[in-house]
Design a protein around this ligand. Structure first.
Ligand SMILES: [Zn+2]
Length: 344
């Protein structure tokens, strides 16, 4: 069975996230609620996406249970599909992980009802318990607990995962002001998650490469375990540090809901080289668990993998512009056509 710690000892581990955005983009999931009903409606779409991410270099097949928890299903009045959805997501992911020798990850995430003094706390714990139990039954090699902006909520998830005896990757989403909701710094949150038994701690989602990288150096210094970095592939800035904040002054037609997030972020995308550079920079800081979150595509996952020296199945199709009809330098290209390149 693949083992996270053993893989991390051998070298960087690549993890594709971002299933919600990619399934929405493919026309199988609704923006707004962002509930992964696609695992029941069109499991073949999720299977294919898992395969494409592995083909592009992902070492982890993350069961698509992000936002497949009780609190999210309640919003759309479908709590009755909770268990079938989770079991199906795990079974679809397990099939791909076992075929490809990759890590099967269960997944829990922000419940959006947690607040430290809230009466919802026992409900949050129960939500993690049911999801982690289904993942353990499906034979998960690890659990990814992600996108937490409350340390307290992450620690609840971690406690449940550790009680199930599974390795945990715990990642935090850092909002505009650079703090978590209940602690002042992401490095402090990561330190506490490490002390509570996480195998890997770090940051994922909402921040792009430029506004995540500076925080990662501090996290790396604060902990001794392996560190994760999975930004969103968007050009966030100091003034607009997260994809919630991003504006698009060049939009000819703005989104009807008044912000670029989540359906009009496309022109604010980082290019593949920027994602590759982020992965290389994070790797140079000593970060060994790398990926991309919401907005990820197989193309970007390949870029991350190649940036840390890996050759993936998809690398066979990595660019070779020497053969381009106008911009190449292959001697078989007719010179009079190559000469047209400057005028194209
Ligand atoms: Zn994300």
């Amino acid at each position: 069975m693949p083992d996270l710690s053993a893989m991390l000892e051998r070298g960087p581990v690549v993890c594709a996230e971002g299933y919600l955005f990619e399934c929405e983009r493919r026309g199988y999931l609704q923006a707004g609620a962002f509930v992964p009903e696609v695992v029941l409606d069109h499991p073949e779409v999720v299977t294919e996406l898992h395969r494409e991410f592995v083909h592009a270099g992902s070492d982890v097949v993350e069961a698509f249970t992000y936002y497949g928890h009780r609190q999210k299903l309640r919003v759309i009045g479908k709590e009755d599909i909770l268990e079938p959805l989770n079991r199906q997501a795990l079974s679809v992911a397990a099939a791909v992980a076992r075929q490809t020798g990759t890590l099967l990850a269960g997944n829990v995430c922000n419940t959006n009802v947690y607040e430290p003094s809230s009466p919802a706390v026992p409900e949050v714990r129960a939500a993690f318990e049911e999801q982690v139990a289904w993942a353990a039954e499906a034979g998960a090699d690890m659990i990814i607990a992600e996108t937490f902006s409350w340390l307290g909520e992450a620690l609840l998830a971690l406690e449940v995962i550790r009680a199930a005896g599974l390795p945990a990757v715990v990642t935090f989403a850092v909002h505009r002001d650079g703090t978590l909701r209940d602690v002042d710094s992401p490095e402090d949150a990561c330190r506490q998650a490490e002390q509570a038994g996480a195998t890997v701690v770090g940051l994922n989602c909402i921040r792009g490469p430029r506004t995540m990288l500076p925080l990662l150096g501090r996290v790396r210094e604060a902990v001794s375990c392996e560190v994760a970095a999975l930004p969103v592939p968007y050009r966030t800035t100091e003034a607009e540090p997260t994809f919630f904040n991003l504006s698009d002054p060049n939009a000819v037609v703005a989104s009807p809901h008044g912000r670029a997030f989540p359906t009009a972020l496309d022109p604010l995308s980082a290019n593949r080289y920027e994602i590759g550079a982020f992965a290389a920079d994070a790797s140079a800081l000593g970060i060994t668990y790398l990926g991309v979150c919401c907005g990820a595509s197989p193309m970007l996952i390949r870029q991350v993998a190649e940036a840390v020296g890996r050759t993936t199945e998809a690398s066979r199709f990595s660019e070779k512009m020497q053969n381009h009809f106008m911009y190449g330098d292959n001697e078989r290209l007719p010179e009079h056509i190559v000469a047209l390149g400057d005028r194209a």
